[in-house]
Design a protein. Structure first.
Length: 375
């Protein structure tokens, strides 16, 4: 018996839009874009709210969001391309590509540790704010990471680490002889058809009245960034830096195309095989399971793939409560989430500009209503 494709219940999807509209109309959220679909169709996509101060959402423009840490699995996907081509392996040591990384007893860190948050590197550097105030380059962030000690020996714990992806971006650059941003643009975004996406806004986004920057939605910045107009999430510096740990700009439509590419197991809309099923399977299975020195609770209850957070049992944050056991995705500190359920053959994404950590209060609630709209 052939399994029928999932369908979106119109009234239930309308309830998703109604809830989002209510939150924006009552100023609970400034703005929101959401999309859901299957391998072949974006079944629902809308945006609502004020994307610029005192300006209501216009329905003829697709707003661009800073998606923060959803950037990480995109960069991980770029690394998988190089692994497929025989240019990297997960067992390679970081020092094979960045010799200076070995300071302070970091010689044992492998690429797999960067991709699974088991390296022992910090999430943010102790002088993160000072670096941003000085408009530090990505190279400077990597230099500083090379100087830092580890919180624990690699592979013996789990600590969410943005700086691991700073290092991974530098490895991609050194191996490919292109910047990480350029590699991702040419090898992922262009073949997938993501026309309004960039890891760091290029200069041309700022030029002319039709420039893409006019469509970028400003974020509600946390208190720690309130005085940093020259370096916070809304500054030109940060939007152009292209941080591999959180600097991607994109639209709901473009991110939907990326999700569909993964649901199709590495095939683009045009039919091009860009990534192998083997690579996607490796990226989306529990990589902690085979790390015997990682605590059992982490391996069973908070699993990670390669750049992807898997569905954590008894944990509602961001993903909600109604997703299948093989669901994978990621969230972003600016108030964003993307999840993909390969068993149900559906994806969903919610993009806002309101930080919601640690619980993802509105993300998880809307995620539940989206999951319940499929039948």
């Amino acid at each position: 018996m052939t399994q029928s494709l999932p369908t979106l219940h119109p009234q239930r999807w309308q309830s998703v839009a109604d809830l989002a509209n209510h939150w924006c109309d009552t100023d609970v959220l400034p703005c929101l874009a959401a999309a859901t679909g299957t391998t072949s169709e974006i079944s629902g996509c809308f945006h609502t709210g004020r994307f610029h101060e005192h300006t209501e959402a216009t329905h003829n423009a697709d707003p661009i969001f800073l998606i923060a840490s959803i950037t990480k699995p995109v960069v991980a996907t770029a690394a998988l391309l190089l692994i497929e081509r025989g240019q990297l392996t997960l067992a390679d040591r970081v020092t094979d590509y960045i010799p200076e990384f070995g300071r302070n007893s970091k010689h044992g860190v492998e690429l797999r540790h960067l991709l699974t948050h088991t390296s022992g590197l910090p999430d943010m550097l102790p002088d993160n704010q000072e670096l941003r105030q000085a408009h530090a380059s990505l190279e400077r962030f990597v230099e500083r990471t090379c100087e830092e000690p580890l919180a624990f020996p690699p592979g013996r714990g789990v600590l969410y680490q943005s700086m691991g992806f700073a290092v991974l971006g530098e490895i991609i650059a050194r191996v490919s002889s292109k910047s990480c941003a350029q590699f991702i643009q040419e090898e992922l975004f262009q073949p997938i058809g993501m026309q309004d996406s960039a890891l760091g806004a290029p200069d041309e986004w700022y030029e002319g009245q039709s420039a893409n920057m006019l469509r970028v939605t400003p974020c509600v910045v946390p208190e720690s960034q309130a005085s940093g107009t020259e370096w916070n999430w809304n500054s030109r510096y940060w939007r152009q830096l292209g941080a591999p740990w959180g600097g991607m700009l994109t639209t709901a439509k473009d991110l939907s195309l990326f999700a569909q590419f993964l649901l199709r197991r590495g095939i683009t809309r045009s039919g091009e095989r860009l990534l192998s099923p083997a690579a996607i399977d490796a990226a989306t299975r529990n990589q902690l399971q085979s790390m015997r020195d990682v605590a059992d609770e982490e391996r069973r209850c908070r699993p990670w793939g390669l750049g992807w957070r898997l569905n954590w049992p008894a944990h509602s944050a961001n993903f909600g409560d109604l997703l299948g056991p093989r669901t994978f995705g990621h969230w972003g500190a600016t108030g964003t989430v993307l999840w993909i359920d390969p068993d149900a053959e559906i994806f969903a994404l919610i993009l806002t500009t309101l930080p919601q950590e640690p619980s993802g209060k509105y993300l998880s609630r809307l995620s539940n209503t989206i999951a319940a709209a499929w039948q």
